[in-house]
Design a protein around this ligand. Sequence first.
Ligand code: GLU
Length: 329
Amino acid sequence: MEGAMQQAAQPGRQSMRDDIIVTMEKTRLAPSPTGALHLGNARTFLINWALARRLGWRIVLRIEDLDGPRVKPAAVDGLRRTLEWLGLDWDEGPHIQSSDLEPYRSAMVRLVREGAAFPCSRTRGELAAASAPQEGVHETRYPKELRPLKWAREFSEGVNWRFIAPEAPVPFVDVFHGPQDVNLSTLVGDFTIWTKRAVPAYQLAVVVDDARQGITQVVRGDDLLDSAARQLLIYRALGLGPEPAYTHLPLVRGPDGKRLAKRHGDSRIDGYREIGVTAERVIGLLAGWSGLKRSPMSAAEFRDSFSLAALPKASAVFAAADDAWLRGG
Ligand code: GLU
């Protein structure tokens, strides 16, 4: 019957409809509303958006707000407006992580039942509490010697839960950086996937969402390159798939080589907007950092001329001259 043939294509899977093969690729813009959109994350989002719109990927907007205080609707609106002002759009969302913790909790129940994670009540004093790596916090390695000898395979709240890091390196291929071999046991050891604050840690939340939202293309800053290894392990432990392709982009840094932050001056997109800088000029600066000529352009013009192959491998540097250029100097 004709109707039986008209199943929707599963995200990322190839479905045969007669002799037509449909592949639906999907990516996400996943801002954390704890900090305002600045030139660094705006460049990552712009490139992600441009790739998606050029290659026909669907775009999901996901607000990653599990990390700090619950997001206020006004903060989400502000983020949306800033992205829209830049000329970016999306097809789905915003999905707000804090609105329903149940999917993360059931993933935990499964991981614990399968023995992939253990409860950890070590204090901050013993170990710096693991926190979301996207905030630039360095995790203290959790060596396997600290693991409890026995624990109940039943998920419970009130403690941190850690995922058991394998001894063997985790290989994967990053679309931009090429083959990787991440040895998690020497890098971070057993990593946190659920926190004693009764919320999932970033590593778990991102996998549950990428999987249930059908994400096949993850494009983000390369401070998260080794997180991809952790996320692939969680995908496998949960029997989820297909695993997304990962594209990690060099970050924008300050002149001191550190990732862009407040101490490098006010690089908030809204700050420039408020003083009358146009979106075209902001995109022009981001273009100059992305292998294109630095000159004012729309997001659509950026989309049509950007090429991942021409993106410099080195981090971009936000210098005083860039700020002056934005201000029209
Ligand atoms: N929410 C993270 C950030 O704003 C992105 C995490 C991800 O893309 O996996 O840096």
